[in-house]
Design a protein around this ligand. Structure first.
Ligand code: B12
Ligand code: SF4
Ligand code: SF4
Length: 318
């Protein structure tokens, strides 16, 4: 069996060259306590309108039906926040999550890990490797926590003590047996409740989200004609991360920012963000066809814009 230290020291350079700031290895195993919580989360209907979530539970929790027996997971993380966009967003009349201002992260992370997968496949030709960025429905935050990339905070995001939480995750599952030493990053939320207090919809209880109440869910996952108020957000929501001291103070002081051009605010946001409010279908496809919101239908986009305009008007009146 290979030691994780050995493989990490070999892979550190190609991983960093592929643009991943965070990495670690864990066993392909979801701890019982997490399994129980995930199952009761679904049982209680916390997945809202994400009907796809309860499907493939065997894959999600046991890594079944992936084509091989997964033994280990290499977890990678890449920072996406762009402080320039934080400044721009303050001048905008509506809110648009920083996770969606650049290129679709699924594509970027796939591209970035391709050479790494090739390196691994060449070095271990008798073993199998498979990448997932959301696409493989495994609990990425739990695996990332197990691999030592951070702790899952009260806002339910994975937080790294230096980098904060504005990073994406991707996992490489393999049948390669890797001996790992448990590394855990202790929970540093302490008595803080900033995220719970700031969430405008009451979607958060400590360490637990009711996704059906989350603005991110309403704007991106709910296909209904009518959705609850999104408080000025057109796509996603960053409130519970923006207020987190591990982003707002720690990571900000360290100047943590994305190194990837693909995740920086595209020209549209720098030049004329308010034009987004008037986008027709052609504009929408032309400007967001390669973004993480490309899976949102045009009617969802218009629905979100109209709701957002009403909230802007309300704000002006009050
Ligand atoms: C479904 C989903 C959502 C849902 C649910 C969010 C959530 N917190 O899980 C919605 C649509 C709301 C969503 C929103 C967002 N998402 Co999302 N999402 C996912 C997805 C596809 C699955 C996550 C999942 O399984 N959630 C279900 C819950 C049960 O899982 P969990 O939080 O891991 O559960 C643990 C805890 O919540 C806790 N728990 C659960 N129930 C209970 C009960 C009690 C009493 C207690 C104490 C604890 C507890 O225990 C569980 C096991 O440890 C992942 C990708 C993936 N494949 O993992 C991305 C992912 C989590 N999302 C991501 C992002 C970026 C976002 C947004 C920031 C996007 C945006 N700007 O709008 C928001 C953040 C909102 C938020 N506060 O979390 C990133 C997070 C990266 C990070 N650093 O953490 C991921 C990993 C995608 C990626 N590949 O990078 N997302
Ligand atoms: S993303 Fe927004 S709506 Fe969702 S839990 Fe966080 S603050 Fe609440
Ligand atoms: S805002 Fe406070 S409680 Fe919430 S995740 Fe950050 S540190 Fe934890």
């Amino acid at each position: 069996m290979i030691e994780s230290k050995e493989i990490i020291s070999e892979l550190a350079e190609p991983i960093e060259n592929s643009g991943f700031e965070l990495y670690g290895i864990c066993k392909a195993f979801v701890p019982e306590e997490d399994k129980t919580k995930i199952l009761s989360w679904v049982k209680n209907g916390n997945h809202g309108r994400m009907d796809w979530y309860p499907k493939n539970m065997e894959l999600r929790l046991e890594f079944k039906n992936i084509g091989f027996e997964a033994r280990s997971v290499i977890v990678l993380g890449t920072i996406y926040n762009d402080p320039e966009y934080d400044k721009i967003s303050k001048t905008m009349s509506f809110r648009f999550s920083k996770y969606a201002i650049g290129e679709d992260y699924h594509r970027v992370l796939k591209k970035s890990a391709a050479s790494l997968l090739e390196t691994l496949q060449k070095k271990y030709p008798h073993h199998r490797f498979r990448q997932g960025v959301d696409s493989l429905p495994v609990p990425e935050k739990v695996l990332a926590r197990e691999a030592g990339l951070g702790w899952i905070g009260k806002n339910t995001n994975l937080i790294h003590p230096e980098f904060g939480s504005f990073f994406f995750l991707t996992v490489l599952l393999t049948d390669l047996p890797i001996h790992t030493v448990a590394v855990s990053v202790r929970d540093r939320c302490g008595t803080c409740t900033a995220c719970l207090d700031a969430c405008p919809t009451g979607a958060l209880r400590p360490y637990e989200i009711d996704a059906g109440k989350c603005i991110s869910h309403h704007t991106l996952e709910d296909r209904s004609d009518v959705i609850p108020d999104t408080f000025g957000w057109i796509a996603g929501c960053d409130i519970c991360q923006d207020v987190c001291p591990w982003n707002r103070v720690k990571a900000a002081k360290k100047g943590v920012r994305t190194r990837r051009e693909e995740f920086k605010a595209r020209a549209l946001f720098r030049e004329n963000p308010d034009s987004i409010l008037g986008f027709d279908e052609e504009d929408f496809r032309g400007n967001f066809g390669d973004s993480a919101i490309s899976r949102m239908s045009f009617s969802m986009f218009r629905r979100n814009v109209e709701l957002c305009k009403r909230s802007i008007e309300r704000e002006k009146e009050s």
